[in-house]
Write a protein that binds this ligand. Structure first.
Ligand code: CS2
Length: 478
């Protein structure tokens, strides 16, 4: 089905990856098809040009293959007005943000793309990209730099209101983005005009986004070719489930997303915490335990009986007590649905995808739950095991070989962690150094000796006896 309706651009999106293409783009295409409006999307990819080039060679079109265990459906959103990528195209993106007709600047740049420093709990001012962006107004490289430089142009020209909409898995993603934007602005010389503009005319709604969207593989190209009879060089595979809960705080209007199933709520935080912990937190456990177990896919991991036990315990004993479910949802139903989503063998989401970027994902997912349990003197064993398994995957000590799925996991802190591992071969010292020397976890976590001790014990056991033995220890201690 082609949803195309040729609207003019109203949204500039930063982060042209598969998640954006199967989520915000689809909701927008459905809303525009139903209710109209100039909500075409100009999309910019910060680094890679692969998707942008593929879309441009296909009139900005691509297909989404919705893969349920029993059926497949193909839809073509047809909502993009442009798709560009690479540092040399950023000026065009700034110009687009600066247009008065742009009403929303949305972003999916992953947790790593926000450049958050755990030591300041704010923007990492030492990051090269931020330093660069503070000095180069016309060629920013970071997501926050691009947003601020674009807003600066708006403030200097028409000062029309606009919304900045984060669609990433950060807790309080709108508030967080606003905070980082202001920290950048405050580091700029003579920024009073811009500051005043952003304070009064720019909104940052919080949102909870959810849809499991794996990377594109050759088999997805074949599915589309068989289903549509045409070749799409850049289709997006996605699960059937999709959810988007957004605060209705838009400074310059928005598409009629409610027509496409978006929930507008004043209680986004409850949805966010539920999703970040129950889905994403447990996803991390599945990816690292599964990766070390030799499992290529999340369903492969989920169907290992000892990993399934680990999943149930982390969900019910370690994550669920730390949150209040949104009143409209029931915990058992939500968890059963998660199990069904993780069981989608046809979708075959990879452990290496979910396990990538743990240094920026884990702090979002585990910090508050660990602190919550520490107040009652409890160390959540499976969370400690998840952190240990992540370390074993990314920075194996003493020549430990974590296997090809773990080796395929990327992480912005990998080089530093590997270097640290080579200097501190003892797992106790290594874990101490990870928490105290690297800017990954907060000082509050580093100040919990029982938690650090549990992580290093599990790491040691993984290295000497394997992941299954370590998981059995966690089971006995839980
Ligand atoms: C995953 C998410 O990459 C990850 O760590 O947990 O991408 C997850 O698939 C999405 O948040 C689902 O909405």
């Amino acid at each position: 089905m082609l949803l195309q309706s040729s609207p003019a651009t109203g949204i500039v999106h930063i982060g042209l990856g598969n998640f954006h293409r199967a989520h915000l783009a689809l909701y927008t295409a459905m809303a525009v098809k139903d209710c109209g409006g100039d909500w075409g999307i100009f999309a910019y990819s910060l680094r890679s040009t692969t998707i942008a080039d593929a879309m441009s060679s296909q009139d900005q079109l691509y297909s989404i293959v919705t893969i349920s265990p029993t059926s497949q459906a193909i839809v073509i959103p047809g909502i993009h007005t442009a798709a560009i990528g690479g540092a040399d195209r950023v000026a065009q993106t700034l110009a687009e943000i600066a247009k008065e007709s742009t009403k929303i600047i949305s972003l999916t740049v992953t947790e790593a793309g926000y450049l958050i420093s755990q030591s300041s709990n704010g923007l990492n001012m030492q990051a090269q990209e931020i330093q660069h962006d503070l000095q180069n107004a016309s060629s920013p490289r970071s997501a926050i730099g691009i947003i601020v430089r674009g807003l600066e142009k708006r403030a200097q020209s028409h000062a029309a209101p606009v919304t900045v909409l984060s669609c990433d898995n950060l807790s309080g993603n709108g508030n967080r983005t606003r905070q980082l934007v202001f920290e950048f602005i405050d580091a700029m010389p003579s920024s009073a005009l811009l500051r005043n503009y952003v304070e009064t005319l720019v909104t940052f709604p919080n949102s909870m986004v959810d849809r499991i969207v794996p990377g594109t593989e050759p088999r997805h190209l074949e599915m589309v070719e068989t289903g549509l009879g045409v070749h799409d060089s850049s289709p997006v595979p996605a699960e059937e489930f999709t959810m988007w809960v957004v605060e209705d705080n838009f400074a310059a209007g928005r598409p009629a997303w409610e027509k496409a199933g978006v929930i507008f709520s004043d209680d986004v935080a409850a949805y966010e915490l539920m999703k970040l912990r129950l889905l994403n937190g447990t996803h991390s456990l599945l990816s690292y335990l599964g990766g070390l177990d030799g499992q290529e896919t999340i369903p492969g991991a989920r169907f290992q009986p000892y990993i399934e036990d680990a999943v149930r315990t982390i969900l019910y004993k370690e994550f669920l007590p730390t949150l209040t479910m949104p009143p409209a949802l029931n915990a058992d139903d939500y968890i059963n649905q998660l199990f069904a989503r993780w069981s989608n063998t046809v979708l075959g989401d990879r452990t290496s995808r979910v396990g990538s970027d743990g240094s920026t994902k884990l702090p979002q997912r585990i910090t508050e739950p660990v602190l919550f349990h520490a107040q009652s003197g409890i160390t959540p064993q499976y969370i400690a095991l998840t952190v240990a398994a992540w370390l074993a995957c990314i920075a194996p000590l003493n020549g430990f070989e974590p296997g090809e799925n773990a080796n395929a996991m990327k992480d912005p802190a990998k080089a530093q962690l590997v270097e640290l591992a080579s200097r501190t071969p003892d797992s106790n010292q290594f874990v101490e150094a990870v928490f105290n020397e690297m800017q990954i976890f907060s000082a509050e976590l580093a100040a919990l000796p029982e938690f650090l001790h549990a992580v290093s014990e599990y790491l040691n056991q993984i290295l000497t006896e394997g992941i299954k033995a370590a998981a059995l220890t966690a089971e006995l201690r839980s």
